[in-house]
Design a binder for this molecule. Structure first.
Ligand code: AMP
Ligand code: FE
Ligand code: FE
Ligand code: ZN
Length: 289
């Protein structure tokens, strides 16, 4: 991994994926890279997984970085896939654990079903190739895409999605999704704050007020795939709804060429607000009988 060294310029990247889901960097590599890029705060948000948080917390502490443990839950609202970011979640919370284990088992079954469907479409991908790449509890299509490229069935990562893995293609199998409202409740049960991830990608602008009313604490306004106009709109929306503001690159490492870490930098004041609300809630919970 190559990253450009620079001065301490602070800011945060609160949306990162590691090898514990479909990223290609270890938590240590993310922390080191984030340090080199001058970040003050990082959050790990693996899909339906929290396994990398302990390692990342340790790596960040060694490097003098603030760390926020997180996850990105796959949820469903009105037949649409909605990603819910949970920050400051307790990885040992029993109810959250149950959900994560259920999602992870379903993800593994889904990988097998996708491979089976590919076989039926005369793409004899060896499942071992996929599980060698996906050495985590939360495998996904990116792992299959990489295996398809390695085995010569696709020219590159994007080609694998285009030919085989996206909706409507031979390998398409939907994922298990919990309801968005239920996911928000689970994040709260685990002591966390729930943010609506990348609304600009999810294509939910028409239902945004309704979605935000489900109990979200914040909105991911800054994202590597949000245009400046979208970012402005979501910032206005967050302010109008009294929501916290977050953001991040959604870096998956080197899956798609250049890593995205460093392309989005959330101003520190927004992070301070998130931390303050988290602390106030934690104190409140502590005082409750
Ligand atoms: P999964 O969770 O298995 O459905 O995989 C979703 C992940 O695949 C996303 O988080 C992206 O990292 C990646 N992805 C989804 N669609 C595409 C696409 N059309 N091209 C490239 N990567 C994609
Ligand atoms: Fe992903
Ligand atoms: Fe996402
Ligand atoms: Zn993500």
């Amino acid at each position: 991994m190559t990253t450009r060294a620079c001065e301490q310029i602070g800011g945060a990247d609160l949306h990162l994926h590691s090898v514990y889901s479909d990223g290609t960097y270890t938590p240590e590599q993310l922390a080191q890279s984030g340090k080199q890029l001058g970040f003050q705060t990082l959050a790990l948000t693996d899909h339906d997984a929290v396994e990398g948080c302990a390692e990342m917390a340790q790596a960040c502490q060694k490097l003098g970085l603030e760390f926020i443990p997180g996850t990105e839950l796959t949820t469903e609202f009105d037949n649409r896939e909605i990603h819910v970011l949970g920050y400051f979640i307790d990885p040992d919370d029993d109810e959250l654990r149950d959900l994560l284990v259920t999602c992870q088992l379903a993800r593994r079954e889904r990988v097998k079903r996708i491979i089976h469907r590919l076989h039926q479409a005369n793409v004899p991908l060896d499942p071992e190739r996929v599980f060698q790449i996906a050495q985590c509890n939360s495998p996904g299509r990116p792992h299959i895409a990489r295996a398809l490229v390695n085995a010569g069935f696709a020219a590159n990562y994007d080609d694998a999605f285009e030919k085989f893995l996206r909706k409507g293609r031979p390998g398409w199998v939907p994922k298990l999704k919990v309801g968005t409202g239920e996911a928000i409740e689970l994040v709260h049960h685990a002591g966390g704050l729930a943010f609506l991830a990348h609304p600009g990608i999810s294509g939910v602008d028409d239902r945004l007020p309704e979605l935000l009313g489900l109990g979200f604490d914040g909105l991911e306004c800054f994202h590597s795939r949000h245009s400046p106009a979208q970012t402005r709109m979501y910032l206005q929306m967050a302010v109008a709804h009294g929501l916290l503001i977050s953001g991040g690159s959604d870096c998956h490492g080197e899956n798609k060429g250049q890593p995205l870490l460093g392309t989005v930098r959330v101003p520190d004041r927004f992070v301070r607000d998130i931390v303050a609300v988290h602390r106030a809630r934690a104190q409140h919970r502590h005082k409750e009988p």
